[in-house]
Design a binder for this molecule. Structure first.
Ligand SMILES: [Fe+2]
Ligand SMILES: [Fe+2]
Length: 200
C-alpha cells in the first residue's frame, strides 16, 4: 500500500470547535464523492454505531451528532482517491471549518497507516468500530436471519477463521479493543445490538 502517513498531529482550527456539517450537507458530500454503495453502507453503519455509543454514554445530542459525523465521513475519500485516503477528507473538512475533534477522530482511524495515535474516546471508538463493523456486517449477510439472533460466539468464530472477510484486519481489531479498554465481547455485543437498525 502507498504511504498514507499524514505527517502531522494537529487537525482543524480550535476556533471551529463544535462546528458540524448539517445532515443534508454531509449526505451531499457522501453522494458526490462515493459511488460504491457498499462503502456508503459501511460509513452509515459506523456513523450509527458512533452515535449509539455516544448516546449510551449519556452525551448530549450535539455531541452524539459529532460522533455520528466522524463515523459517517471517515472513509469518504476512499472510493475515488485511495492513494490520498484520509488526507483528502481531512482537508475538505478543514476547508469547511468543521470541529477539530471530528477531524482528529477521522485522522486517527488507522494509526498504522496514517501515523496518528487515537487519543480521545471518540478517536478510540471510531478505530474500534471500523473493522469490527465490517466483519459483523459480512456475517449478517451470510445468515438467513441477518442480525436476528446473532450471538457473540458466532462472531468470534468468524473472527478466528482468517479466510472469512479476509480483508478485515484481526490485528487492528485486537489493537483497537485494547486501546478502547473495552472487552472484545462487549464491543461485539454492542455492534450486534445496534448495527441491524443502522439503515432503517
Ligand atoms: Fe479507512
Ligand atoms: Fe472504514
Amino acid at each position: 500500500m502507498e504511504n498514507l502517513k499524514l505527517n502531522r498531529l494537529e487537525f482543524g482550527n480550535p476556533s471551529n470547535k463544535g462546528n458540524v456539517l448539517p445532515m443534508e450537507e454531509a449526505m451531499g458530500l457522501l453522494t458526490d464523492w462515493v459511488k460504491n454503495e457498499r462503502l456508503i453502507v459501511h460509513m452509515r453503519q459506523v456513523g450509527h454505531l458512533m452515535r449509539a455509543f455516544a448516546e449510551h454514554k449519556g452525551y448530549t445530542p450535539e455531541v452524539q451528532y459529532r460522533w455520528f459525523l466522524a463515523g459517517l465521513l471517515h472513509d469518504a475519500d476512499w472510493d475515488q482517491w485511495p492513494e490520498k485516503h484520509c488526507k483528502k477528507i481531512i482537508e475538505e473538512l478543514e476547508s469547511r471549518n468543521v470541529c477539530p475533534e471530528i477531524i482528529r477522530a477521522i485522522a486517527s482511524h488507522g494509526p498504522k497507516y496514517f501515523g496518528v495515535e487515537p487519543q480521545t474516546e471518540m478517536d478510540k471508538m471510531l478505530y474500534a468500530f471500523d473493522e469490527l463493523s465490517g466483519l459483523i456486517h459480512a456475517y449478517s449477510l451470510m445468515r438467513p436471519e441477518g442480525y436476528e439472533g446473532m450471538e457473540v460466539k458466532g462472531v468470534k468464530k468468524r473472527l478466528k477463521d482468517k479466510s472469512f472477510a479476509a480483508q478485515v484486519s484481526r490485528e487492528d481489531i485486537a489493537d483497537a479493543c485494547q486501546r478502547a479498554a473495552i472487552p472484545l465481547d462487549d464491543l461485539i455485543q454492542f455492534v450486534i445490538s445496534h448495527q441491524g437498525s443502522a439503515l432503517d
